[in-house]
Design a protein around this ligand. Structure first.
Ligand code: SAM
Length: 480
């Protein structure tokens, strides 16, 4: 029954295989030697099977947990360096015909206003996002073929890419919309999207059907096979995710890795990113109603296990998590975070110019969930640098055609580092000049000055120094 290369959800996420994996993990979780052998394999940075990684997640031996965390930190540094890529979500419409019980956009919810941005309003949002310094967005909508048809998304993408306000530009728009057809994925690809992101919510079919009682999203197979259709439509960077809290986290973790193995087996390339959202309070939604919530400690362990299991898959943490949780998880392998996010439709233009205290209490009423990190982008960027990270606004890879297996090839041979580090420095310099407060700029300039020295290739270093000078003179958008 279980077949990672199958095109059928019930075969590549076979329930029996998940259950056998959990039993396997229980069998070995107290076996320190077995866990160490798995860690030794992970050290090779070639990844782990879902069974092996599930043993690490289940294992509660303190020394093994310490070794796991140390290895996750090491892999993060070796593959992603100290860079953290920045992005923001952009909510276009909260019209939705689904009945997802954890989401305030569900159709039956009469307590929230429904809103769909016009193209002029989208341009306002994009200008507000550009004025913060964002270059990369994740487009979000509810599922509603009448109010949010694919034509609306395509037109919105055109608007988003066309706004050039002051020195700003959105250079990469990832898309997080409901599962759709191969043809629609092809149109999204043609519109120049980056990654197509779709969260599975839960891989447990029975729970999935209960949590999505009505609407097109009820169809487990159609949802679970969406990334395959996206790949068939030519989108070779796809993002996975689970909404933690809905089902048992060990079940979700095993199945998430099985999904990654499926993409690798069927298309020769694994997921570009994995997101790790947890359920948050929202209008009409109380996370306490869901009995599978996980502690911050388990959440951190999940991040570490993902990092060692799929070392070349980027990991994304959103502002659903607090500053403290984000600080705890960043070194364990996170490669992308959102900053200054607004989860309501029209939230950015509305909050423009507000400081973090005002942003925290400001509501447009259409929020998808409560944000735990309300800091401004300037504050998040400064904080990252103070923690020793390089905030990166780089969007070079997909613009240079480095997607899918080409990206993975470069990543696995370590060559991608030669691009990512210089690009991070150059895009950070743009941010510092165009958007940063004086203090953030001071810290950032010192960081760039010291980081330049660690570019190993002399020619590349000279190039970056020249481009930094050009950026200071007003030119923009250099990439290697
Ligand atoms: N509507 C699209 C779909 O059906 O896949 C996805 C876009 S939705 C705006 C983005 C994600 O937010 C969902 O996939 C879900 O995981 C997450 N989400 C929904 N309700 C949430 C809540 N109460 N707390 C945290 N995240 C939530």
């Amino acid at each position: 029954m279980y077949n990672p290369a199958s095109a059928r959800a019930e075969e590549f996420i076979a329930h029996e295989e998940v259950l056998e994996t959990l039993a396997y993990a229980d069998r070995y979780k107290e076996d320190a030697a077995a866990a160490r052998a798995i860690l030794d394999k992970a050290r090779l940075k070639k990844g782990l099977t879902h069974r092996e990684a599930s043993v690490l997640l289940a294992c509660e031996i303190p020394e093994i947990a310490e070794e796991l965390f140390a290895l996750a930190r090491q892999i993060k540094i070796e593959i992603y360096g100290n860079r953290i890529v920045m992005f923001a979500p952009l909510y276009l419409s909260n019209y939705c015909i689904n009945g997802c019980v954890y989401c305030p956009y569900h159709k039956q919810n009469c307590t929230i206003p429904r809103k769909k941005l016009t193209q002029a309003e989208i341009a306002d949002e994009v200008r507000a996002l550009q004025d913060m310094g964002h270059k990369r967005l994740a487009i979000e909508t509810g599922e509603d073929p009448v109010n949010n048809p694919i034509e609306y998304i395509l037109e919105s993408l055109q608007t988003i890419y066309s706004v050039k306000h002051k020195n700003g530009a959105i250079r990469r728009a990832n898309v997080n919309i409901a599962a759709t057809t191969v043809e629609n994925y092809r149109r999204l690809k043609e519109a120049g999207i980056g990654t197509y992101i779709l969260f599975q919510e839960t891989y447990h079919k029975e729970s999935y059907e209960q949590l999505h009682p009505t609407g097109p999203k009820h169809n487990y197979a159609y949802h679970t096979e969406a990334h395959d259709r996206a790949m068939q439509g030519g989108i070779d960077d796809v993002g996975l995710g689970v909404l933690f809290g809905l089902e048992l986290y060990r079940y979700e973790f095993a199945a998430l890795l099985m999904h990654a193995e499926h993409l690798e087996a069927a298309f020769g390339v694994g997921p570009h990113t994995i997101s790790v959202p947890r359920i948050k309070p929202a209008a009409d939604i109380n996370p306490e109603d869901f009995s599978n919530g996980i502690s911050d400690e388990i959440f951190a362990k999940l991040c570490a296990c993902i990092r060692v299991a799929v070392p070349y898959t980027g990991m994304i943490i959103s502002t659903r998590e607090s500053e403290a949780v984000r600080a705890m998880c960043l070194p364990l392998g996170v490669s992308q975070i959102s900053g200054a996010s607004k989860t309501g439709v029209g939230g950015y233009a509305d909050a423009e110019g507000m400081d973090s205290a005002h942003r925290a209490v400001h509501r447009v009423g259409t929020e998808q969930f409560d944000v735990s990190d309300n800091r401004t982008l300037d504050e998040v960027v400064r904080w990252l640098m103070e923690l020793g990270y390089i905030p990166s606004f780089c969007t070079a890879c997909y613009r240079e055609g480095r997607t899918g297996d080409r990206f993975m090839q470069l990543a696995k041979t370590g060559q991608i580092q030669n691009c990512c580090h210089p690009n991070a420095l150059m895009t950070l310099e743009e941010f510092l000049i165009d958007y940063a407060s004086p203090e953030t700029r001071r810290i950032g300039e010192a960081l760039i000055a010291s980081e330049i020295n660690s570019i190993p290739n002399e020619k590349m270093r000279a190039n970056v120094v020249r481009h930094l000078a050009q950026i200071q003179e007003g030119e923009r958008d250099f990439r290697v």
